[in-house]
Write a protein that binds this ligand. Structure first.
Ligand code: F6P
Length: 539
């Protein structure tokens, strides 16, 4: 079980509150005050370098944060998760996505995990090598993953990030119940050479089931026959009964288990599309990378623990400096889906306001996660990050070597990856601006100067890889998973349930029937009016 400690009752919380009220040195001043700041605030694991030094955190604050983690019994919580305690208490489940990527053959579920991995290996090899034939004997050229949330965002992020490793099939992702996405993805696909993976932990999710039925209809309308469905539809789920009911036989079903949370499931058979696209050995490298981060997370002391360090700095911002959002800025087009993947991973995990004792929390929990790849974001929202009234901690992520041959592009990308955090930290003083405007008249310079001042002192973390390999991507993804876990432990909330998504789903059911049958039920005035308008327009 997880400890149930209200963090605000700890001594370190008190201390952090006091520290937050004191006048603080700027980040640049912190560098001047401590010649060893860089080494104290950077960590390396394999070939990923984590630089936390440009954060608005003094050594004293960091020590108090580490104390907070100890007082909240973070080491016990980490052990409880890895051991398989039922730390997802409201669903009475263990949380063992880490076991999916463990090479330890003595682990609790090693047998079933290995069996499923072998099945993925064999299947993905057949797809890539063309031994799995479509109904007219042709090789599969396109694989469409039909899933949503954790059954979409994780596999989509990983598959797209590993684009340089793609082999012989093109991956597609359909998630939204808005059929526009299905229509666009199916455009130009040939049913003879298309394979659908219906991915759903529960196999009851409205969006996925609706898309799955329409994909089947498309297949049958465009030349496929019922007897051919088994060559073109496979399922990934924990719910065998529902898969069989849908008409997919158990040979075409890949299993995972209730101790794997949906948003932590890309390491399971939910990653089937990853293996089919980049090959099983790359999928395994991804698992090994995550396992490396798991080992580090489980065995390092709090002060050396990279996910914990990142999470605790986030706690300082969220709870003591009131910075309520967190930007993920990958300087790598391949990582363009990382922000949306992390939105679910983080916000569905830690967007909670009831603590582990069932009481309302009295402090802020999960921040708003958002982001875009650099350099696109620079020409969109960075203005606000540099000069807006809110302070937004950012993660800048890049790899030294690109996945392409355009060296000049990569040099420019990296120049921006380095320049932005430096600009955020240093800013530009009035004096510097005046110097820059020295060619203007005095009046012109005075009028313009205030707009060109950057106050600076804006925090960021830089994460630098040598290159974006499957192994490094596994490490990076597991780093963020554990960061989320640590914050949930400190906030005394349950990070592995998601009751907050239920109400909207429930309300949609009767409304759907009202839309279908042109009826109007009992709603608030606004909903009632909107429903009437829709019905009026569509009549
Ligand atoms: O959004 C709620 C949720 O339950 C997520 O947690 C999950 O990843 C997603 O729906 C999809 O669920 P399933 O894999 O069961 O279709």
């Amino acid at each position: 079980m997880l400890p149930k400690i209200d963090p605000t009752t700890t001594r370190s919380w008190e201390k952090l509150l006091l520290l937050s009220q004191e006048s603080k040195s700027t980040i640049s001043e912190l560098f001047l005050q401590d010649s060893e700041r860089l080494s104290k605030f950077t960590r390396d694991l394999e070939s990923i370098h984590f630089d936390f030094s440009k954060n608005n955190v003094s050594e004293e604050v960091l020590n108090a944060l580490n104390e907070l983690a100890i007082e909240c019994k973070l080491p016990d919580a980490i052990e409880a998760m890895f051991k398989g305690d039922k730390i997802n208490e409201t669903e009475n489940r263990s949380v063992l996505h880490t076991e999916l990527r463990s090479a330890d053959t003595n682990s609790k579920h090693s047998d079933i995990i290995t069996a499923e991995l072998r099945k993925i290996e064999v299947f993905s090899k057949k797809i890539i090598e063309g031994d799995w034939k479509g109904y007219t004997g042709k090789k599969i050229t396109d694989v469409v993953n039909v899933g949503i949330g954790g059954s979409d965002l994780g596999p989509k992020m990983i598959t797209n990030t590993l684009q340089p490793y793609w082999k012989s099939v093109t991956p597609h992702f359909v998630s939204n119940v808005d059929a526009q996405q299905l229509v666009e993805e199916l455009e130009g696909l040939n049913p003879e050479t298309t394979l659908f993976i219906i991915a759903s932990k529960t196999f009851t999710t409205q969006e996925t089931m609706t898309n799955a039925m329409s994909a089947r209809e498309w297949f049958l309308k465009n030349g496929g026959a019922l007897k051919n469905v088994s060559n073109h539809f496979v399922a990934v789920s924990t719910n065998e009964e529902a898969v069989l009911d849908f008409g997919i036989n158990s040979e075409n079903m890949f299993m995972f288990w209730d101790w794997v949370g949906g948003r932590y499931s890309l390491w399971s058979a939910i990653g089937l599309i990853i293996a089919c696209t980049v090959g099983y050995s790359r999928f395994e490298e991804l698992l090994r990378g995550a396992e490396r981060m798991d080992d580090h997370f489980r065995t390092s002391s709090i002060s050396d623990n990279i996910p914990a360090m990142s999470a605790l700095i986030g706690i300082w911002y969220n709870n003591f400096l009131n910075y309520d959002s967190y930007a993920i800025l990958p300087y790598d087009h391949r990582l363009r889906f990382l922000p949306s993947y992390l939105q679910q991973a983080d916000m569905e995990s830690n967007g909670k306001s009831t603590d582990r004792n069932g009481q309302p929390v009295s402090y802020a929990t999960g921040p708003v996660i958002w982001g875009e790849p650099g350099t696109n974001g620079q020409h969109a929202f960075y203005q606000l990050i540099h000069q807006g009234t809110r302070i937004i901690p950012c993660d800048f992520i890049a790899s030294a070597k690109p996945g392409h041959d355009y060296a000049d592009h990569h040099n420019k990308l990296l120049a921006n990856f380095l320049a932005q955090p430096e600009a955020l930290m240093k800013g530009r003083t009035l004096k510097e601006v005046e110097q820059e405007l020295k060619d203007k008249t005095k009046e012109e310079a005075e009028a313009l100067a205030p707009f060109k001042v950057f106050e600076g002192n804006r925090p960021s973390t830089s994460i630098l890889m040598d290159e974006l390999t499957p192994f490094n991507l596994g490490m990076l993804t597991a780093f963020y998973e554990h960061r989320i876990f640590v914050q949930g432990v400190i906030w005394n909330i349950f990070s592995f349930d998601q009751w907050g998504v239920e109400l909207g789903k429930q309300l949609a059911k009767p409304i759907l029937s009202e839309i279908q049958n042109n009826l109007s039920g009992d709603h608030d005035q606004s909903t009632h009016n909107l429903l009437n308008k829709i019905q009026g327009i569509r009549r």
